[in-house]
Design a protein around this ligand. Structure first.
Ligand code: G4P
Length: 527
């Protein structure tokens, strides 16, 4: 195998997603500990917004600084180069998470054993399932009382639409938590108070009938475990790697991230089964990682924290070929040639300048305003990667200029913040008024603050009552014209000039759908 092919084959780029507080940060940190990327717990600060600080945007600004460092955490484990892409836990930043999910090849979903499937988990898994991203489930906090394992698996199947395949099984839980039986490796790991916080050695059990197990976990638990494992084999499908890779089944592990328990099993299985970088579609053709020509796309843009330097860091996922420092690449949307003298690689929470990077890797590129989320960079061919859709925002407000002398600054600021993906901009067709749509109300404060501090512009907001933004697709020009005439005051263009219907209620949306049956109303911008 050539060096490049070897490098591609050993890369695993994934994201950890969860509802806030399920244990994503703790698990990330424990994975980094196993990978030897950090020496002690607490070394990785999460980019989540601290509890109780939901309306405090200064806290968000602070976290914005931290989140550059934790955006990508790379480490080596068992000969593989593993890249964890961090996703913000706060639901107001869900859009950021959706975009990051376009750059991962697989995900681990963390679920709190007591809370089960929570709303944010549902949304995120839905986004993963749209692309058939392979998913491993980690059920966390087994050291606490929680839901019965079978009930929880039912809930996961029902609410997340996943077909699960347990690869480990808990023995008791909460105060009675004895450990997990690792179905994947056929061994038993005991959870004892003494071993808390330490990495326990797995006990090899040759056969479940081994009477040593009765002594280790107690007769009753041993009996239960035998019965439950027998049941599992009957109820759930056998693990098949291809089924996992196609997104058809999801292996499940149980453990306690805080106690470092069950995490090693998860990681060992992950390195065995998780996919290397995958081919990706462009509007023109499919791109294969082992192709000679370099290609990649921008999935995240981070503004500089220092308002005096308006440069930004664009995060590029490499899809094919190799990315080299000081080499000319084509920015296909602008048709411009660009080269980068200081591309950044990320290892754990450290950054360094990189000379060469391979498919699966993420590099940070200093940007003075050339990039927009979704942009493609190639070795010359005019390609555009697909798959970074915008979703309908939840909140809508008119944005007004509060300082007439600073109109230019305001427009530039709004433009750049939208390129960064902070929120979405819609321009009403009837009067050109600008509406900002966001996932969370918090973003309005962030935008106002950043416009003032980074662009010297002032804005005010005015309520705009809309229920959902729908992107309109039409097969019938005549019907489209009729729709545009009748619904004129609810129609806008997004920043790419696509037609958007800002429905004011679910009722009016349904009426419109009925009346204009040759139009399709999409809740996302790519279809
Ligand atoms: P998140 O990134 O998904 O939002 O969750 P995070 O890891 O921050 O974990 C949320 C809380 O759950 C933290 O407690 C964390 O210590 C706790 N936790 C994580 N894994 C486990 C586990 O296996 N067992 C138990 N019992 N708790 C767990 P916190 O009190 O909110 O924060 P902290 O003071 O511990 O940092």
């Amino acid at each position: 195998m050539s060096k490049v092919k070897e490098e591609i084959a050993r890369r695993r780029t994934f994201g950890i997603v969860s509802h806030p507080d399920a244990g994503k940060t703790t698990l990330t940190e424990k994975l980094l500990l196993f990978g030897g990327a950090i020496q002690e717990a607490g070394a990785v600060k999460s980019n989540k917004v601290k509890k109780g600080a939901t309306s405090d945007f200064m806290e968000i600004e602070r976290q914005r600084g931290i989140s550059v460092a934790t955006s990508v955490m790379g480490f080596e484990y068992k000969g593989q180069k593993i890249n964890i892409l961090d996703t913000p836990g706060h639901q107001d930043f869900a859009e950021d998470t959706y975009r990051t999910l376009t750059a991962v090849d697989s995900v681990i979903v963390v679920i709190d054993v007591a809370k089960g499937v929570e709303p944010q988990t549902e949304k995120l898994v839905e986004v993963c399932r749209m692309r058939d991203t392979p998913i491993i489930v980690f059920i966390n906090k087994l050291d606490r009382e929680g839901k019965d394992a079978y009930d929880l698996l039912d809930e996961i199947e029902e609410k997340l639409g996943l077909s699960v395949c347990p690869l480990s099984w808990p023995i008791g839980m909460g105060a009675e938590f004895k450990g997990v039986y690792n179905i994947w490796e056929s061994n038993l790991k005991l959870f004892t108070e003494a071993k808390k916080q330490k990495i326990g050695e797995a006990l090899q059990i040759d056969s479940l009938e081994d009477s040593a197990m009765d002594d280790l976990v107690g007769k009753e638990h041993a009996l239960n475990l035998r019965e439950e494992l027998a049941l599992i084999t009957g109820v759930y499908p056998d693990f098949e790697k291809d089924a996992y890779l196609s997104g058809a089944i999801s292996p499940v592990f149980f453990g306690s991230a805080l106690n470092n328990f069950g995490v090693e099993e998860l990681l060992n299985c992950f390195v065995d089964i998780a996919p290397p970088p995958l081919p990706k579609h462009t509007l023109q053709r499919e791109v294969i990682p082992s192709e000679n020509m370099f290609s990649g796309f921008v999935f995240k843009i981070h503004a500089n924290m220092d308002p005096k330097h308006r440069d930004r860091l664009a995060f590029l996922k490499i899809v094919s070929g190799t990315f080299k420092r000081n080499t000319n690449y084509t920015h296909t949307r602008l048709g411009k040639s660009l080269k980068f003298s200081n591309p950044t690689a990320f290892m754990a929470s450290k950054k360094s300048v990189v000379d060469i990077a391979y498919p699966g890797d993420i590099v940070g590129l200093h940007d003075t305003g050339n990039f927009r989320i979704g942009d493609t960079l190639t070795g010359g061919e005019a390609l555009e990667f697909k798959g970074i859709p915008s979703f309908s925002p939840e909140h809508f407000r008119f944005v007004n200029n509060a300082d007439p002398l600073k109109a230019k600054q305001l427009n530039k600021g709004i433009d750049q913040l939208m390129d960064e993906g902070v929120a979405q901009l819609f321009t009403l067709i009837s009067n050109n008024r600008k509406i900002i749509g966001t996932v969370g109300a918090l973003q309005y404060e962030v935008i106002q603050y950043r416009l003032e501090h980074e662009y010297g512009a002032k804005c005010t907001y005015e309520n705009y009552s809309a229920y959902k933004a729908c992107w309109i697709e039409s097969e019938d020009q005549q019907q489209l014209e009729e729709f545009m005439r009748l619904k004129n005051r609810y129609l806008a263009e997004d920043k790419y000039g696509q037609l958007v219907f800002l429905a004011d209620s679910s009722f009016s949306l349904n009426m419109a759908k009925e009346k204009f049956d040759r139009l399709t109303f999409h809740f996302k911008s790519e279809f």
